[in-house]
Design a protein around this ligand. Structure first.
Ligand SMILES: NC(=O)c1ccc[n+]([C@@H]2O[C@H](COP(=O)([O-])OP(=O)(O)OC[C@H]3O[C@@H](n4cnc5c(N)ncnc54)[C@H](O)[C@@H]3O)[C@@H](O)[C@H]2O)c1
Length: 378
């Protein structure tokens, strides 16, 4: 891979996440002694108002409405695609065929067939391809990973990995593309939130052997924003009851993705419990890490976290981390790994992991339909 120390990026889809990426690039200089520079040079979106927003970014030279023009630009090395799920396969394949590297937004295709086709294209193209998932880059998540690998857990009892939202509890919230199967995918909330809960388990080698799924659709229609009602047919909540092999033991692992979790705005959490020790982290209390230790007495210790990042930044060590910080770290991981400098640090979701997540979510659909346990070999 021919690699300059500058990574020139183009964004396709300048909505919520496209602008978040622009924000990460804009403060790239906070990364200390980082081997790769970044420059956002091009953006593509269908909406004029969003293209206009990107005029605030001084390095952007190309403002486009057709993604085929963006991927043809010689001054773009890496393309970040953040568009509705029904467009993933077509646009990701176009990016790869144009010879560009790709950071693909999750869920990496609208369904299993699309994920397989993208994964095959990634292999064929020999380009550097990763999928997004930023929460594992938070200090609390990294500490949970270290604890899981430390030998302090004893015999594993259970694992719970969750991502909860709640704004959908309001039935007057208008529908959008994320609430309809045709644009979000039949996997619904699992496509929206699922990659976030499987990234760490899959990376630790905790691959579900079986799944039993409970899926819920709460409201079947929502205001269409134009005075009428529109169909709202995606799954809202998904509980995946799985078992994983850790050492010689099979351990229960519950994966929860919910759009209707009362009171939760964007709560990502991970809990790993064992006979000797355990760890619990939630973005609800972003600077708090809970660590369990079984001594003579059983103790849950609360540790205040600061800004101990995978890729060090100038931010003071006692300052708490948030969403824009982990999103920047995810991009740093992408850039470092692409340039051969990951050096054993935590990396972004691989195409193989993204495909494994789709095999799981597809099995979950089948499990719920048949009310049966589905066996997997991921
Ligand atoms: N990593 C995360 O935490 C996270 C959070 C939210 C969404 N996402 C993912 O990011 C992706 C985008 O979600 P979003 O919330 O940013 O959606 P969004 O609706 O805010 O933005 C999508 C943008 O794509 C544009 N678009 C649509 N068709 C296009 C085309 N043919 N060419 C160029 N642009 C086009 C739209 O105009 C819109 O601005 C999805 O895959 C979603 O699952 C990830």
């Amino acid at each position: 891979m021919g690699m300059s120390s500058k990574m020139r990026v183009g964004i396709i889809g300048g909505g919520l996440m496209g602008r978040e990426a622009a924000s990460a690039f804009a403060r790239w200089f906070v990364l200390e002694k980082f081997p790769v520079q970044v420059e956002l040079v091009a953006v593509c979106d269908l909406q004029d108002s969003l293209l206009e927003w990107f005029r605030k970014v001084p390095t952007v030279k190309h403002f486009l409405k057709d993604h085929r023009q963006l991927i043809a630009l010689p001054d773009v090395d890496v393309v970040y695609v953040a568009v509705p799920h029904n467009l993933h396969e077509r646009i990701y394949l176009d990016v790869l065929e144009a010879g560009k590297d790709l950071l693909a937004e999750k869920p990496f295709g609208i369904d299993l067939a699309a994920a397989q086709s993208i994964s095959d294209a990634a292999t064929r193209s020999n380009r550097f391809v990763r999928c997004s998932s930023e929460f594992p880059f938070l200090p609390g998540a990294q500490r949970a990973i270290q604890f899981a690998q430390s030998g302090k857990v004893g015999k594993f009892l259970e694992i719970r990995s969750c991502f909860w939202h709640s704004s959908d509890l309001d039935p007057s919230k208008p529908v959008n593309w994320k609430r309809q199967n045709k644009t979000c995918g039949e996997i619904g909330v699992m496509g929206d939130l699922g990659m976030h809960v499987v990234h760490i388990p899959l990376r630790l080698g905790w691959k579900p052997l079986r799944v039993y799924a409970q899926l819920q659709k709460i409201y079947n229609q929502r205001p269409d924003g134009k005075g009428g009602m529109a169909v709202c047919d995606t799954w809202d909540n998904a509980l995946l009851h799985t078992e994983v092999k850790i050492g010689d033991e099979e351990v229960p692992m519950r994966l929860e993705t919910k759009r209707m979790a009362p009171g939760e705005t964007n709560t990502w959490s991970l809990e790993i419990l064992g006979t000797e020790g355990g760890v619990s982290f939630s973005t609800k209390n972003p600077k708090t890490l809970w660590v369990f230790d079984r001594q003579k007495e059983q103790i849950w210790q609360r540790i205040d976290l600061g800004h101990q990042m995978v890729f060090p930044t100038i931010t003071g060590g006692i300052f708490e981390a948030g969403f824009p910080d982990c999103f920047l770290q995810m991009w740093a991981a992408y850039a470092a790994e692409r340039a051969g400098h990951l050096d054993g640090r935590f990396g972004c979701v691989t195409p193989a992991e993204a495909l494994a997540s789709h095999l799981l979510f597809d099995a979950a659909l089948k499990s719920f339909k048949e009310k049966s346990v589905i066996h997997l070999s991921l």
